[in-house]
Design a protein around this ligand. Structure first.
Ligand code: ADP
Length: 155
């Protein structure tokens, strides 16, 4: 069986935290599809196109990783592309409680889809897209929190 996982998020922008989880999950799956969710109620800092371009560039030499966009439920996107796994990172116990409810709800909708969790590397625990966006909006230097080669300049 081909093991495909979806790694869902908004990746506004992709951070070293996301990058680490994807790299560490590579040995578990045949393919990882980074699913950039479109949430019309959420105003993003960077365009969908730039967010997807960055992910494509960061993983251009890793054939197991691809990037796609989707709208709606992650489980519906899984079914659409034949993915049986959802990959998530866990930073804190708050993440765990939040993720537990979603994973259990997803499983009660589609019992064949499993959510797989990887614990954050301790040094990346504090890195999250919201704080990275705040640094950028306030003119700070955020490049060390994102993978190399990403131009964070605002349009
Ligand atoms: P966004 O892309 O908007 O930050 P999420 O916060 O949902 O979306 O992140 C997508 C996934 O990446 C989640 O599973 C989240 O737990 C994980 N993640 C984000 N930052 C880190 C980090 N620093 N360490 C480990 N996992 C992380």
């Amino acid at each position: 069986m081909n093991k495909t996982a979806i790694f869902p998020g908004s990746f506004d922008p992709i951070t070293m935290g996301h990058f680490d989880i994807i790299n560490r999950a590579l040995c578990l799956f045949d393919n990882i599809v980074v699913g950039v969710g479109v949430n019309s109620a959420k105003q993003s800092l960077y365009s969908l196109e730039r967010r997807m371009d960055w992910i494509g560039k960061v993983f251009e030499h890793e054939p197991k990783v691809s990037v796609e966009t989707y709208e709606g439920l992650t489980v519906d996107f899984c079914n659409k592309i034949g993915a049986k796994f959802i990959l998530r990172g866990l930073r804190t116990s708050a993440d765990f409680e939040y993720e537990r409810v979603i994973a259990q709800m997803n499983r009660s909708m589609y019992g064949e889809i499993e959510t797989v969790f990887i614990l954050s590397a301790p040094e990346l625990l504090a890195v999250n897209s919201t704080i990275v966006r705040e640094i950028i909006k306030n003119g700070g230097e955020a490049s060390k929190f994102v993978p190399a080669g990403i131009d964070l300049s605002l349009d």
